[in-house]
Design a protein around this ligand. Structure first.
Ligand code: AMP
Length: 202
């Protein structure tokens, strides 16, 4: 059965050729590992670069684009499949439903929002896909540190923090994906002191 990898990445290219080179390397990895790429359906930025490369290599790409963006003419032509959905919320749901893995390349607020939601939902038991941040020039390092800060301040368990992979190496992905187990469904504590000991101490 074909597996789907959801790729979140910038609708811009960034200011370094290394971002584009990484998007191309990711596309090659997707094809070599026989994934279908699921993404936002755009033709611009790293989104377009990755999708185009997968298609050029003979791979499959399923775009999921909200009607409003399709009507602005930003959809990629020639995709294997293009789903036009009513809005961004429907798009994010569909992408997660289709996906087996979530991978974020460098990007802007849209990328951050989508992969953050995927991880947040994993903790609620609504997303069983591993969430991976592919680093280029330490792009995601401040976010990794932010998650560490959440653990230090007892807003995130150390155990759940370990469910996120930050890596600059595509070679590490397969082992991570095959051994991944979703977080235990999040527990809540009514008393502040309980929460302190539970969130930070696990
Ligand atoms: P950003 O990271 O802010 O550049 O936004 C990229 C993310 O937002 C992608 O993962 C898409 O889901 C969505 N997005 C933003 N602009 C577009 C566009 N022109 N076409 C399709 N999706 C887009």
């Amino acid at each position: 059965m074909t597996r789907n990898i959801v790729v979140y990445c910038g609708a811009a290219n960034g200011n370094s050729a290394d971002f584009t080179a990484t998007a191309i390397a990711v596309a090659d990895w997707i094809v070599d590992n026989r994934y279908t790429m699921v993404y936002g359906g755009g033709s611009v930025g790293l989104m377009g670069t990755t999708a185009k490369r997968v298609l050029d290599r003979g791979g499959s790409v399923h775009g999921v684009i909200p009607k409003i963006l399709r009507d602005r003419g930003t959809a990629m032509e020639g995709l294997t499949q293009l789903s036009v959905v009513p809005d961004m919320t429907a798009r994010k749901h569909m992408m997660l439903e289709l996906g087996d893995v979530c991978l974020a390349l460098p990007g802007g607020p849209g990328t951050l929002e989508e992969i953050s939601e995927a991880f947040s939902w994993a903790r609620l038991g609504l997303n069983n896909n591993p969430c991976i941040f592919l680093d280029v020039h330490d792009f995601w390092k401040p976010l990794a540190q932010m998650f560490d800060t959440m653990v230090a301040n007892a807003f995130l368990t150390a155990e759940d923090r370990k469910k996120l992979l930050f890596t600059s190496s595509l070679d590490s992905l397969n082992e991570w994906i095959s051994s991944y187990e979703p977080p235990a469904i999040r527990q809540y504590h009514t008393s502040t002191s309980d929460e302190r000991s539970s969130e930070g101490g696990r």
